[in-house]
Design a protein around this ligand. Sequence first.
Ligand code: ADP
Length: 161
Amino acid sequence: MTTRIGVYPGSFDPLTLGHLDIVRRGARFVDRLVIGVTSNPSKEPMFTVAERLEMVRRETADLGNVSVVEFDSLLMDFAEREGATLILRGLRAVADFEYEYQMAGMNQQLNDRIETVFLMADVSLQPIASRLVKEIARYGGAIDKFVTPAVAADVAAKLVR
Ligand code: ADP
């Protein structure tokens, strides 16, 4: 039997409970899930790639078939390199649709052997966005409903520096 490998790319700046829910759901239907942490310099991240790698590794350590790597290339090249046949993306309401639709469509043109699969997080976790988590934290709001306690501590540590 062939091993089904999926990649889940993102910036994870920081990793939220929404991301983690997508990881858990995704890990159930692939044999191996490779989380790809992008450097994405256009987004001016709060955390360096090394910090995000460590954060995602720590928070997914209990999932035996999940690994975490950095990638800084075309998504399709990354997926090929990992031997993946699936790209997982999370879809939140309408806001994500246009961008995700375009990206999946263009990626399909680049490589038709790799399918993009969209998953929905648990309804209670769908509104969560890394960008808003950072904004709330910067203004002193509580983010513990949106991230794990360890990630909340990571964000707090960034803000006191
Ligand atoms: P990117 O910069 O690639 O958009 P993100 O870290 O923001 O990276 O998100 C990675 C993926 O996780 C995207 O597919 C995004 O739509 C999805 N995602 C993020 N937050 C949620 C959420 N709360 N529910 C479902 N999917 C989500």
